[in-house]
Design a protein around this ligand. Structure first.
Ligand SMILES: Cc1ncc(COP(=O)(O)O)c(C=O)c1O
Length: 362
């Protein structure tokens, strides 16, 4: 499939309905809970000058998040903790491309509740091993993420287990909203004093936001879009309408860009991609709704572009998987027209989320 860029014609301001769903307050509530967790600490930010022609790129490095390898550690576990407060013993069940299951399994283990995780055949066995080490029972189902989701839904219905999905659909939004609010923690850490170092040389913009260096752009990779929507909600609430938000998807699974174009959530057929954790063919309903007015640009990248971004960042001492580097790949892949539309230049301060470390570290 050809590379696509889609400048969002439906961009509109963050509003009170959005704030009720996701923003700074929800992120802080989640963070207050994680602050009591022994493995919690803010993840580091790497400063990469000049990346993709920007003044500076800040790479929020989620590879060490709570010893679980990705930002997803913040989402599923948070939703599980909230659910476990209400009803102790009922087992949890989820589908996962890998990382969401690890988060749910770790939250369930902490709550002392059984956990079942459905993985499609495409998910690397390394994830299955990590899930079992966390005490979860792994079940293989189908050939794509959606097949695993539907198997998890059936199991929840048949056994009365609690479904903890990272995607949302009509009639199922409460739990995935908590998952997204958990992701908000990583963006809240960027609000801490000194979290965004000034960067180098002539990249210093005059002013900044309340005396802080101002973010001008955020590139965030998407599977079902939960992370991107959490980013958009937090960034708009905290830093306003100014920063441009760019949603980056694999060209093999461009469900959010297709849904934005269609004006409603749509399923895409796509084609195989090596970006397994981003290989989602249907967007989260909530994420689609938020991003369809909060995102400025949607863009797709190829697997090769993601791999090249991984190598480039490794050269700067930032070790990520190709999924983890996909946002950076988006920055590097911009056409001159998109760069102009986003006003991206050598004074720009770009936030990237290194969502995941190397999946099977050498
Ligand atoms: C490493 C990594 N990056 C990005 C994403 C995308 O997150 P979302 O599905 O919320 O869009 C995922 C999802 O599993 C992931 O595991």
């Amino acid at each position: 499939m050809a590379i696509m860029e889609y400048l969002n014609p439906a961009r509109a301001p963050y509003n009170e309905d959005d704030r009720a769903l996701i923003g700074v307050e929800h992120a802080r509530r989640a963070r207050a809970r994680f602050a009591r967790h022994p493995a919690y600490r803010p993840t580091p930010v790497h400063v990469v000058p000049g990346l993709g022609g920007a003044g500076v790129a800040y790479v929020k490095d989620e590879s060490g998040r709570m010893g679980l390898g990705s930002f997803k550690a913040l989402g599923g576990a948070y939703a599980v903790h909230l659910l476990a407060e209400h009803d102790g013993g009922t087992p949890f069940v989820c589908a996962s491309a890998g990382n969401h299951g690890i988060s749910v399994a770790s939250g369930a283990a902490e709550a002392g509740v059984p956990c079942f995780v459905y993985l499609s055949e495409n998910v690397p066995e390394a994830f299955a091993r990590r899930l079992r080490a966390l005490g979860a029972e792994v079940r293989r189902a189908g050939h794509d993420y959606e097949a695993a989701v539907s198997a998890a839904m059936t199991a929840a219905r048949e056994h009365g287990w609690r479904l903890v999905a990272d995607s949302s659909w009509d009639g199922y939004t409460g739990v995935p909203l908590d998952v997204m609010r958990g992701y908000g923690v990583l963006f809240d850490e960027l609000s801490d004093p000194g979290a965004l170092p000034p960067g180098a040389g002539r990249t210093e913009p005059p002013g900044g936001y309340r005396g802080e260096p101002a973010l001008t752009h955020v590139f965030v990779q998407a599977g079902v879009g939960g992370l991107a929507a959490a980013a958009a909600g937090y960034v708009r609430d905290r830093w306003g309408e100014q920063p441009k938000i760019v949603v980056v998807e694999p060209d093999g699974a461009p469900c959010l860009i297709a849904s934005a174009r269609a004006g409603r959530p749509v399923r895409v057929e796509g084609h195989p991609t090596t970006l397994g954790r981003l290989d989602c063919h249907e967007p989260s309903l909530l994420a689609h709704r938020l991003l369809s007015h909060l995102a400025d640009l949607y863009l797709t990248i190829t697997d090769e572009q993601a791999a090249a971004a991984t190598r480039l960042l490794a050269g700067h001492g930032v070790a990520l998987s190709d999924c983890g580097a996909a946002g950076a790949a988006g920055l590097l892949a911009l056409t001159p027209a998109a760069r102009d539309a986003l006003a991206l230049d050598d004074a720009s301060r770009v936030l990237l989320v290194g969502t995941e470390g190397p999946v099977e570290p050498k």
